[in-house]
Design a protein around this ligand. Structure first.
Ligand SMILES: [Zn+2]
Length: 132
């Protein structure tokens, strides 16, 4: 199933390897990549963007382990920022055991349907090399 889907306010798309990836915006004027996209480029105020498929691997910049959440959420869980490109840091859930979490560890993006439905997607970061 090729195509484009939404994940929250963002988009996902199947990339050349047939895996789901996050779809970002690349400023047509200066080339800055934004995720999620903005109305104007914060670097040059440009208003025109092209689609940019983000890499599926990166490294963990920082994280926090969350011990409180709304009813029904599995606790604890980790959230953090992952450097996917030298100029792009993406926030998301980090699905790695708390004892294994390390700043700088390699992670890979996991984009998948919610509840098996192909109309809604979510994403998280998992340990590089894991099956998710
Ligand atoms: Zn720009």
């Amino acid at each position: 199933m090729n195509g484009q889907r939404t994940v929250g306010s963002a988009l996902v798309v199947r990339d050349e390897t047939d895996e789901w990836s996050l779809l970002a915006a690349r400023c047509a004027n200066c080339g800055l990549v934004l995720f999620p996209s903005l109305v104007a480029c914060p670097q040059c105020d440009g208003l025109h963007f092209d689609a940019a498929v983000l890499p599926r691997s990166g490294s963990l910049y920082t994280f926090s382990v969350i011990h409180a959440a709304q009813k029904g959420w599995k606790l604890p869980y980790a959230a953090g920022y992952v450097d996917l490109m030298p100029t792009l840091r993406v926030f998301g859930r980090i699905e790695v055991d708390e004892a294994e979490l390390r700043i700088g560890m390699p992670l890979q993006l996991s984009v998948r349907p919610v509840d098996g439905a192909a109309s809604r997607f979510t994403y998280a970061f998992v340990a590089a090399g894991s099956q998710a």
